[in-house]
Design a protein around this ligand. Structure first.
Ligand SMILES: NC(=O)c1ccc[n+]([C@@H]2O[C@H](COP(=O)([O-])OP(=O)(O)OC[C@H]3O[C@@H](n4cnc5c(N)ncnc54)[C@H](O)[C@@H]3O)[C@@H](O)[C@H]2O)c1
Length: 376
């Protein structure tokens, strides 16, 4: 029997439970939750003695102190280690540094590894936790909006290789995910807005109610109202959790989460990584896929207009003046790692709140979609 809950449950805290055949864990979402992180982790791992907090250097500089105090109060003995910020550090070298740190501190299977940072930290530290001693308990504390609503839920961990992104990794579910929306106050606004594209994506593929909620709370969202953010993030986590529970290893419906992403990956690759943040490219991809769906009669002009209006109000791009030639973009789509048997698998929306996968998009249709989002 686990011990009774000793942490004060904040009125704001929302809990999503992810139940898989081999494990069950919770994602807690709320304001100022870092202060409760120690008791939440202690409740899940009553026997753990030590915790290694490993994370993004920028997120650590802002939030490590609060997390450390909370873990100290819950009787964890701590080590902390920063990894440099940025996608360039999501590598086996960083993982190797983490192994060395854990080995030199004689970390054991009963200890816990905690990631504090965005998706780069969660993926890298999660992969190190998945493989160190063949797997040690892992807790994810995401600090970007993208990692809260997407990367921290579902157990995909891994690193990039010179040949491409996320080519080495493991499915490894955390013991717990602690989402403190207050940490978003230190996140640069452009990064924050980028994460909103994944929220709109979730709404379009699964939830007309969420779409309406975002539409009616644009100002509160952009001003980071904590109550609205708690609700927004928790609803997104619930959608991602439901998808992961239905299809943990991406053999069916988990592919719906790629909505907008086949176009986005081509944009990121051909415009150069860094021109657009991931969510900005996803926003353009949502509009391109939306246009293709419009031409197939899957979505109405009014629904596409509504989508573009919402993305624009959130300060996300819906047209681009820097896209390269469409033939180049289409070629990049064929090189996407999700292409199977030379067929591009596209997720298309059905109205707002539903979607389907197609693999018969013609070059003509793709070209028209690229034309649609090309400005001028
Ligand atoms: N595992 C999955 O299922 C999954 C899903 C989607 C994306 N990803 C991965 O996530 C990564 C992208 O994640 P991301 O968008 O969170 O980027 P990121 O982790 O690189 O963070 C973005 C920037 O924000 C800074 N930052 C993070 N938290 C901060 C805070 N609270 N205050 C101030 N600055 C902060 C970081 O230093 C960095 O500069 C990619 O590598 C992608 O492949 C994984």
């Amino acid at each position: 029997m686990p011990p009774a809950r000793v942490f004060p449950v904040s009125i704001q805290m929302k809990e999503a439970i992810i139940s898989l055949p081999h494990t069950t864990y919770s994602v807690h979402t709320g304001a100022s939750l870092l202060q409760q992180a120690g008791s939440l982790i202690r409740h899940r791992l009553p026997k753990a003695r030590r915790a290694a907090i490993i994370g993004d250097e920028t997120a650590m500089s802002f939030h490590l102190g609060t997390l450390e105090r909370s873990l100290n109060d819950a009787r964890f003995s701590l080590i902390a280690h920063s990894i440099p910020s940025g996608e360039a550090h999501k590598t086996l070298n960083t993982v190797s540094e983490i192994y060395t740190l854990l080995l030199s501190n004689k970390f054991e299977r009963s200890d816990v590894v905690i990631s504090l940072g965005g998706g780069v930290s969660g993926d890298t530290v999660g992969f190190a936790a998945a493989t160190y001693l063949r797997g040690v308990p892992f807790v994810n504390v995401p600090t970007t909006l993208l990692s809260m609503v997407d990367a921290s839920v579902g157990g995909k961990t891994g690193v990039n290789m010179p040949q491409g992104k996320n080519l080495v990794g493991a499915f490894y579910q955390p013991e717990l995910v602690i989402v403190d929306v207050t940490v978003l106050n230190t996140l640069p606004q452009r990064e924050f807005v980028s994460g909103l594209a994944e929220c709109v994506k979730h709404a379009i593929i699964r939830s007309p109610e969420l779409f309406t909620y975002i539409e009616s709370h644009v100002d509160q969202i952009l001003n980071k109202d904590e109550q609205v953010l708690t609700s927004l993030v928790a609803d997104n986590v619930a959608i991602k959790a439901a998808v992961v529970m239905a299809d943990e290893k991406e053999s069916s419906v988990r592919a719906h989460l790629n909505f907008g992403h086949t176009f986005a990956h081509a944009i990121e690759k051909e415009c150069g990584y860094g021109t657009y943040l991931h969510g900005e490219a996803v926003s353009l991809g949502i509009v391109a896929a939306g246009y293709l769906a419009l031409k197939r009669g899957l979505v109405s002009q009014a629904e596409l207009d509504r989508t573009e209006m919402l993305l624009s109000k959130l300060s996300l791009p819906v047209r681009s003046s820097v896209l390269p030639d469409k033939a180049q973009l289409i070629e990049a789509m064929y090189q996407d790692k999700k292409v199977q048997n030379s067929l591009i698998r596209l997720v298309l929306q059905k109205n707002i709140g539903d979607c389907l996968i197609v693999n018969d998009a013609t070059t003509h249709e793709l070209a028209a979609a690229w034309d649609y989002i090309t400005a001028g």
